[in-house]
Design a binder for this molecule. Structure first.
Ligand code: SF4
Ligand code: SF4
Length: 444
């Protein structure tokens, strides 16, 4: 077992941590697929409003690679397809039948993955709409089915607040997880299963699968960070990764031949009334997961540092398993500039909160406008992949792509820490992520 120590990073101590209890949620009336939230694809609709679909029916595909299909997360009728600017497909909403029908795919349970040709296995996963669960570095786009990667990283926990805990979603799933790892070994020779050294329950229960243990603050568990700290040659830069929960989804699909729609998600944050793990459906409405009780909370989907704010009218996306509710923070703070900030979460040691061990309330307020970079170097102090973000983003803004690449643009793990700690409120992570995407499109 390889042991990795990540020295840089930062753990936010914020209020709203979910309990490890798992609540069963009743079936929603609607679910949706959100093509707009799937990066690097050009979605093409395969169904129309009013069409009837089964769980697993293909509903859209990637125009650039029609083998990459996305299937319906529910059985019923497509009641709405919403488009955004430039006809971007935002939502495909399905009204669920009381008893949903599902499409049956080839199950590999009898043959076993080891008896299948790799090509045949890839074809089954593609047809089942689950191939997009596997993504590739350095862009984090959907892995190319025609490539054989040097390795696949399985990340059990990114460490970002607040994501599903592996001890919850893996509970009593040892056999299924083992089967999933077996499947991944048919796709790549090296499968790296990475777990935190501090998570003893996972290490005790799943130790036989774990190949790498890590120690460090967020985002030590991110597969991109672990790749950066373990790679021995540039050829490893095109490794793939998949989340621990998605290994279970893949395994379940291959064993049963039915597209699995169950997911474990987390609802947490200061403004969430109930903070816990929830067993629910893929594409569940946000309002079904949590109510915005007094209307002054913001819904953040996918994590506080990496996610996006969303309307309560929308749904959980294909990749998202976390919903955080935090106060908008629009209230004025009279004489805020002379307050010592004992209860203000901040990386800066200028606030007295540095002496406050309690979990603090985080809100959406930026507490100031964007200013020019003051070269303080704080972003570089936390960057887990040793980028100097202040130079990289300036190269990007100056259109010096080669220079940004030399500064390690492609190693960026898109963790969001540099934006969080920057005293000048510069959205460094967004600038770098957009630059990576632009470079990807240029290469394509
Ligand atoms: S933290 Fe912000 S202000 Fe400081 S060096 Fe980085 S980008 Fe510049
Ligand atoms: S540059 Fe920023 S977003 Fe990228 S890995 Fe470093 S800290 Fe994270």
């Amino acid at each position: 077992m390889i042991s990795i120590r990540i020295k840089k990073g930062y753990d936010l101590n914020i209020e709203g941590k979910p309990s490890l209890d798992l609540k069963e949620l009743k079936k929603p009336s609607y679910v949706a697929a959100l093509p707009e939230k799937i990066p690097f694809i050009k979605p093409r609709l395969l169904k129309e409003k009013g069409d009837r679909v089964k769980i697993g029916s293909a509903i859209f595909e990637d125009k650039r690679n029609p083998d990459i299909k996305f299937v319906s997360p529910g059985g019923g009728e497509i009641v709405q397809i919403s488009f955004g600017p430039r006809r971007v497909i935002q939502e495909i909403v399905i009204q669920l039948d009381p008893i949903e029908s599902y499409k049956e795919f080839d199950s590999v349970s009898e043959k076993g993955p080891e008896r299948l040709e790799r090509k045949e296995l890839v074809k089954i996963i593609l047809e089942g709409g689950l191939w997009p669960l596997i993504r590739a570095f350095p862009f984090r786009d959907i892995a190319s089915p025609d490539e054989q990667p040097p390795a696949i990283f399985v990340s059990l926990d990114s460490g970002e607040p607040f994501q599903p805990a592996p001890e919850v979603y893996l509970k009593e799933e040892k056999d299924l997880f083992g089967y999933g790892i077996h499947v991944l070994r048919r796709l790549a020779q090296n499968v790296h299963v990475c777990a935190s050294r501090n998570n003893l329950s996972v290490l005790n229960g799943f130790g036989e699968f774990v190949t790498h243990t890590y120690k460090g603050g967020y985002p030590a568990g991110d597969p991109g960070v672990l790749l950066y700290h373990t790679k021995k040659s540039p050829s490893e830069n095109r490794s793939w990764y998949i989340s621990g929960q998605d290994v279970l989804v893949l395994a379940q699909f291959l064993k049963s031949g039915v597209y699995p729609v169950d997911r474990t998600v987390v609802v947490a944050g200061t403004s969430a009334k109930e903070r816990m793990h929830i067993h629910t459906r893929l594409g569940v409405p946000l309002r079904h997961l949590a109510q915005n009780e007094n209307g002054n909370a913001r819904y953040v989907v996918g994590g506080i540092l990496r996610g996006y704010s969303a309307s309560e009218e929308t749904y959980m996306g294909f990749y998202e398993t976390s919903l955080t509710l935090i106060p908008e923070g629009k209230e004025k703070e009279p004489f805020g500039f002379v307050r010592p900030g004992y209860d203000k979460p901040s990386y800066s040691r200028a606030f007295l909160s540095v002496f406050n061990p309690s979990a603090l309330t985080m809100n959406c307020g930026l507490h100031g406008d964007e200013r020019a970079c003051v070269n303080c170097g704080t972003c570089a102090q936390v960057c887990p992949v040793d980028i100097l973000p202040q130079f990289t983003f300036k190269s990007v803004l100056a259109d010096e792509v080669e220079e940004a690449l030399e500064h390690g643009l492609l190693d960026c793990a898109e963790c969001g820490l540099c934006s969080y700690v920057c005293p000048s409120k510069i959205e460094i992570c967004t600038i770098l992520r957009d630059a990576k995407e632009a470079y990807y499109k240029e290469q394509a």
